[in-house]
Design a protein around this ligand. Sequence first.
Ligand code: GDP
Ligand code: MG
Length: 435
Amino acid sequence: LSEKLQETFKRLKGKGKLKEEDVNEAMREVRVALLEADVNFKVVKDFVAKVKERCIGQEVLESLSPAQQVIKIVHEEMIELMGGASGKILIASKPPTVILLLGLQGAGKTTHAAKLANMLKKQGKHPLLVACDIYRPAAIKQLQVLGEQIKVPVFSMGHEDPTKIAQASIVHANQNGQDVVIIDTAGRLHINEELMTELREIKSAVKPHEILLVVDAMTGQDAVNVAQSFHSELGLDGVILTKLDGDTRGGGALSIKAVTGCTIKFVGIGEKMDAIEAFHPDRMASRILGMGDVLTLIEKAQESFDQKKAKEMEEKLRKHEFTLDDFLDQMQQMKKMGPLSSILEMIPGVGKQLKDVQIDEKDTARVEAIIRSMTKEERRKPVIIKDSRKKRIAKGSGTSVQDVGRLIKQFEQMQKMMKQFSNPGAMGMFGGGKK
Ligand code: GDP
Ligand code: MG
């Protein structure tokens, strides 16, 4: 999905204003991209209409290019679409808090029961895992193994009736001071009446505080249909969207809230016990847009970057006149924006190349001292700095010859990198995009 969208946005680059026909064209492609990513048809329709309405007739912000402007709006609307409170388990006023996990076979219920227990344990709770999947061979064992791994007790009664097990587990928790009970249930390959009846019985027997549906993100549109059915049958309090580490399309995440009204509370991002996170609609939207944290970058740039300086810098970059003086200058500017490396990482495509150009924030003072110990000529043409000059600069700045050498090397690498990004599109990020 993100690739498709990036293509679309790229085409918007370099245009002066948000014109209706441009917006229409971009929205046609956004629509296709979303449908291909398995986002629900109705959701796509509403989404595109809303974004279009907001885009057309909107003033292009001084500091943003039209593409950035559209991305910003798409991003905001995606957050709206997936929004709502996330990552919180409602803790009951009178313990134990009962959490019922349900979902189809293979969705990740057992794994996430354990992940949740692990997370709550780290928050100082005393969870109890309950094995109510009595059908699948080795299901109880699986939960026991995970429980052992995270040092959380597992309550099981073999192949007894699941409702009875669930009820007994709460008595057990009360007797043993366990304040959260997490019930792992059996799934089926498909939704059927037998499954729903069983879950309804457990629900009415234990009155869970949280009924969480576990769905596999990789199933896209199916995940949405499953959520819809479970919600109408049992009433869900939230969704855990699993296997997001393998889902490149993001269609499920985008549709679930809009179609079912259920918020995604947590996401599973791997098989390990700590691979669970609170769901952040804003991060998910950035991820779907595939643009690193471009939005954050744009916002930061808007906040604190001196526009005039940026323009000058852009000019210099374009003419390849970027010197160590500018480097110093830019460093002062960047300080206001946060760590330099994190700024550069936010520019799409730069992240990978950055590994070689690590600039430690703690080094900033030293870098400053070194540059200030250089002559004007040296700052302009660092190539002339050979050993004897290095020695002099090191002495003047109270650093070592190695420090000086390293800085020059970093600067050269940065210069090289900046040349690659010194086209108007990339530098537009820093506010020089609109001419
Ligand atoms: P259940 O049938 O719903 O209980 O599903 P399980 O918890 O047994 O999980 C089924 C498979 O999916 C197992 O192999 C898990 O390791 C795997 N799995 C679960 N959650 C995730 C996840 O977030 N990411 C990945 N990559 N695998 C997962
Ligand atoms: Mg299971």
